[in-house]
Ligand binder design. Structure first.
Ligand SMILES: Cc1cc2nc3c(=O)[nH]c(=O)nc-3n(C[C@H](O)[C@H](O)[C@H](O)COP(=O)(O)O)c2cc1C
Length: 184
């Protein structure tokens, strides 16, 4: 199975991106194929419906999303919502690239939790006809520091992340099996 991970911050030391790298390590430990798209390293022009010619960075994003069985979207909590760079990236994506695929949403907040951004993210996923993972991951102050191995230091947080990632992988597997059976 192929997973595409999108880091939705353009801040160099973004905790949401460090968290997503940890999710990546858990997926790779299961020998899954992972493509990591970091929007800090892959800047995208502002989306416009008028733009007919796609920037190569946009094309790369769309190719990796279309190729994936499952997606993980990471965002910092900005004013109770997702970051502008992630929303901009998602505006390029259409339902045909996401429909029926599992999507795990993760966030990092300055407050205790980033639930508003996660709700907004899940609403966008629903509008792209993706299948929201029943679990999500939110880190906030007190839980957004990481050890040298990239794992969160907060007690219990690592287990919750591992549980959510495990459920996401299982959902992706079930949807992939269902899609393959329907295609026969
Ligand atoms: C423009 C802006 C808006 C923010 N709005 C919120 C907010 O509404 N709620 C919150 O808990 N934190 C808010 N924060 C703090 C960030 O969520 C927090 O610093 C988070 O850890 C950033 O993630 P990052 O490390 O991936 O950049 C905001 C930060 C910025 C820059």
């Amino acid at each position: 199975m192929k997973m595409t991970l999108i880091a939705g911050s353009n801040r160099k030391a973004a905790t949401s991106t460090i968290l997503l790298r940890y999710v990546e390590s858990l997926l790779k430990a299961q020998s899954l194929s992972v493509t990591f798209v970091d929007l800090q390293e892959l800047p995208l022009p502002f989306f416009t419906p008028d733009n007919q010619e796609l920037h190569p960075n946009v094309q790369h994003l769309l190719d990796t999303v279309a190729d994936a069985d499952g997606l993980v979207l990471a965002t910092p909590e900005y004013h109770g919502s997702v970051s502008g760079v992630l929303k901009n990236a998602l505006d390029y994506i259409s339902a045909g690239q996401v429909s029926g695929k599992s999507v795990l949403s993760v966030s990092s907040a300055g407050g205790p939790m980033g639930v508003s951004s996660l709700l907004h993210l899940q609403s966008i996923v629903r509008n792209l006809h993706g299948v929201n993972c029943p679990e999500w991951i939110s880190i906030g102050y007190g839980s957004n520091s990481f050890g040298p191995d990239g794992a969160p230091l907060a007690g219990g947080m690592r287990g919750r992340i591992e549980g959510a990632v495990g459920n996401f992988v299982e959902l992706t597997r079930m949807l992939a099996i269902g899609a393959a059976a329907a295609a026969k």
